[in-house]
Structures are given as C-alpha cells and as structure tokens.
Design a protein around this ligand. Structure first.
Ligand code: AMP
Length: 191
C-alpha cells in the first residue's frame, strides 16, 4: 500500500486552516511494514508530543465536531482516547471508551470487527450511551471495520450516532462506505 498523492488538506477552507493542516501533516510519521509487511503505518505520536501540533489538531477537530452537536463522545482504544478525552473537555461533554475484550469492569456489549491488519472484538459498557447523540472518535479510518463496529455497539445501546471524527482517513481503502449515513469528518485525507 502506498499514499500516492499525499493528503488532501482541505480546499475551500481558510488559508490559515490549510496552513495548519499542512503543519500537522508534516508531523505524521510513515512507518513501512508495521505491524505487518505491506502496511504503511501512519504514526501520530509526533503530533501528540509536539504541544503546538497537538493544540492545532485539537482545535481543527473541535471545529469539525461542534456542528454535529453531540451530547457525548466515544473514543476507540487506544489512540482514539488521546483525542476524544481532550475534545470532551473542550466541549464540556462526557467521554466513553470502546475497548478491546476483557478491559472494561462492568457489564458489556461486544461486537466483532475486521480491520486492515487483522480482526478482533470491541466492547462497551452497556449503560454508557443510551439516549445520547454520540460522535465516534479515532486517530485513523482505514477499512472502516473498527469504527463501524463501534457504531453498531452505540446503536445497540440506544444511542444516535451523529458523526465520526478522525485525524486521518486512508480514503483509498473506502472505509467510509461501511459507516453509512452519519457525517464522516477527517482532517488529513490520503487518496
Ligand atoms: P480499520 O478498522 O481498518 O478502519 O482500522 C482502523 C483502526 O486500526 C484504527 O484504530 C487505527 O488506529 C488502526 N489502523 C489501521 N490501519 C492503520 C494504519 N495504516 N496506520 C495507523 N493505524 C492504523
């Protein structure tokens, strides 16, 4: 897999926003053949460790998030937590973890999913989102299996999924096709 044309950093956006996206994109580190041969891993840890890049990323995510008017945020283990929690703080909302099996202590609902380099199970506390308008947050959208499983969990638990939010979308994997009607927002879109 390769990223041919680099990210689409958002046309028809204010210049300052475009400049910010270009700065963030420079902090995404490509790791070839991780965790398996043939996967180009998009490492966002340099964004997290650079205070300015992290603040800028959160600001841009917040701008995409607010119009969706969520009442609660859902973060996907584990890199999704690193964006969902500070965004929940900015919007003064609660945040709910979607986790790998066996991590959550209370009663859970589970969903199986497939992802770009394997398959697995996600769990959520059964009382976490009932009646809420939720936005599901993760660092990266690849094939969409993970986010789609998180959305199914939220819906089964009585939530309205009003959007998905990612830092990065690998659009050539067509993951948004699995996510249905809710808006899918991503800052850096690789085609
Ligand atoms: P998927 O279910 O295929 O959309 O995979 C999304 C999940 O796997 C997210 O939690 C990502 O953090 C992770 N992931 C998948 N592919 C990559 C990649 N190329 N680089 C970084 N993370 C990835």
């Amino acid at each position: 897999m390769s990223v041919k044309d680099g990210p689409q950093t958002g046309h028809a956006r204010p210049q300052s926003s475009t400049d910010a996206l270009v700065r963030i994109e420079k902090q995404v580190r490509d790791i070839p053949d991780f965790p398996k041969p043939g996967i180009l891993f998009k490492d966002i840890t340099p964004i997290l460790s650079d205070a300015e890049a992290f603040q800028t990323t959160l600001q841009l995510l917040e701008e995409r998030l607010r119009p969706l008017s969520p009442t609660r945020l859902v973060g996907i283990e584990s890199r999704g937590f690193l964006f969902a929690a500070p965004l929940a703080d900015r919007l003064r909302l609660g945040v709910v973890p979607v986790r790998k099996p066996g991590k959550l202590p209370y009663r859970v609902l589970r969903e199986e999913y497939t992802l770009e380099y394997g398959s697995g199970v996600l769990e959520m506390h059964e009382d976490a989102v009932a009646g809420q308008r939720v936005v599901i947050i993760d660092d990266l959208l690849a094939t969409g299996g993970t986010a789609a499983a998180a959305a199914r969990l939220c819906q089964r638990l009585g939530a309205d999924v009003v959007g998905h939010l990612f830092v990065i979308e690998l659009a050539f994997l067509s993951g948004r096709r699995l996510l249905g009607d809710p808006p899918v927002e991503a800052l850096l879109v690789y085609r």
